[in-house]
Design a protein around this ligand. Structure first.
Ligand SMILES: [Zn+2]
Length: 421
């Protein structure tokens, strides 16, 4: 039973926050060696600290690595686990995030959304299945030349609005609530310098998922593999029966990868894959970078063995050629950690239901900040933020779904208090 009247709250400002944040370019850059990878991410992080201080989050601060931390102190006598809500400020390097012009399409009626700055960009009702559930809602899109940045400024706006509402509605009882905004999630460095000791949370929820009502406790487990081919380099004019080109051997390996299975193009659901992401080389030496993914961690070894066997078989036909095969752990399926603390998901699912949705547990074919946080000691599933069609010009989110996410945060905070002694 909800004694805190969360569902009667009407004065949501989440869309205002969102519109403000998406206009700040925060694209991250994998080729940068700095942290955060781009200084412009700090423009948003600094604003968030100012806004947190203004709503009464007294300890809000930006640290030297670009992380924003803040606390909403407990307002109950109960001993409640410290819960953190987390999202990332950066947007994907895959699509420009400069001069984003957000457009609100009010009272959506099922039409195709033609974006004005490039009329070839059309969000079609028939292609975006989740639009069917948005009739009557207010949908926010970009204008056709940039991404929107709902990933993950929707999550940022939702946490900011939930913080404001928690402070203004003391009838909602909660323990210490921590806020964390990370940089560089999109390039896989989101938690590289996070200070979990300073954060001081026991459990966390990233607000970085997709469709309203969903919560994810399962990600891929991920390794990287690097194949290096050492060929035999000879002057091409004198190469007959001598040259063994590492470039050609590398190409042959890529050509021989399975195509009807174990590839991103041929798999879905919980099926894993081996995927070349970069290839470079000379006659003398060539390297192929792979990512290896599977929901079951012990399948990774199997996929890597299969890849190495293929490399071995192909290079064996070139007697002067040698190879090295290296693998590196990237992240692990957070379910391995989350299953040890079932209450995190139970409360997440119950909060979604209390906020008026049908809760749906999903798994992600990817990773989140939460997959790494979980293994760093902060168990952390991923809650919907409401955005769709991430990382491209057709990205969209509805105001109503962001409001549902805000309510979900409030219910999570209240449920942890309610279930504590
Ligand atoms: Zn994201």
């Amino acid at each position: 039973m909800d004694h805190s009247n969360i569902n009667t709250i009407k004065d949501f400002k989440v869309a205002d926050h969102f519109i403000r944040y998406v206009q700040i370019d925060t694209q991250s850059d994998a080729s940068s060696a700095t942290f955060p990878s781009t200084a412009k991410q700090l423009n948003l992080s600094k604003l968030l600290v100012e806004e947190l201080l203004a709503i009464g989050v007294k300890d809000a601060q930006l640290d030297q690595n670009g992380y924003v931390y803040g606390t909403i102190p407990s307002n109950t006598n109960k001993q409640v686990p410290v819960i953190c809500f987390c999202s990332h400020v950066d947007t994907s390097p895959d699509c420009s995030g400069k001069d984003v012009k957000p457009i609100i399409h009010t009272n959506y009626q099922g039409q195709d959304l033609v974006l004005p700055d490039d009329s070839s960009v059309v969000i079609r009702f028939t292609e975006h299945k989740d639009l069917a559930e948005q009739i009557g809602n207010d949908i926010i899109t970009a204008s056709g030349t940039t991404l929107l940045g709902a990933d993950d400024k929707a999550g940022v706006a939702e946490i900011m609005e939930a913080a404001r509402l928690l402070i203004n509605n003391p009838q909602i009882k909660h323990g210490d609530i921590k806020i964390l905004f990370t940089p560089d999630e999109e390039i896989g460095r989101g938690v590289d310098f996070v200070n979990l000791e300073h954060l001081g949370a026991q459990f966390a929820y990233t607000m970085d998922g997709e469709k309203a009502g969903t919560i994810e406790d399962e990600t891929f487990s991920a390794d990287a593999a690097k194949v290096t081919i050492h060929g035999v380099s000879v002057h091409p004019g004198f190469a007959k029966n001598k040259m063994q080109s590492a470039i050609k051997i590398a190409a042959k390996i890529v050509e021989s990868l399975p195509t009807d299975r174990l590839s991103p193009e041929s798999t879905s659901g919980k099926q894993g894959f081996v995927h070349p992401t970069n290839i470079s080389g000379t006659v003398e030496k060539a390297t192929i970078d792979f990512i290896v993914r599977d929901h079951a961690t012990n399948n990774l070894q199997q996929h890597e063995n299969e890849l190495e066997a293929l490399v071995k078989e192909i290079t064996a036909t070139y007697p002067g050629c040698t190879y090295t095969f290296e693998t590196k752990e990237q992240y692990r399926n957070m379910k391995e950690v989350l299953d040890q603390y079932p209450q995190i998901m139970e409360i997440g699912l119950e909060a979604i239901e209390r906020a008026g949705m049908k809760a749906e547990k999903r798994s992600i074919r990817g990773g989140t900040d939460g997959s790494r946080l979980s293994f760093m000691g902060l168990p952390c599933p991923n809650v919907f933020a409401g955005g769709h069609a991430f990382h491209g010009k057709m990205e969209w989110v509805s105001v109503q779904d962001m409001e549902k996410a805000v309510k979900t945060i409030l219910h999570i905070a209240a449920l942890w208090e309610e279930k504590s002694n």
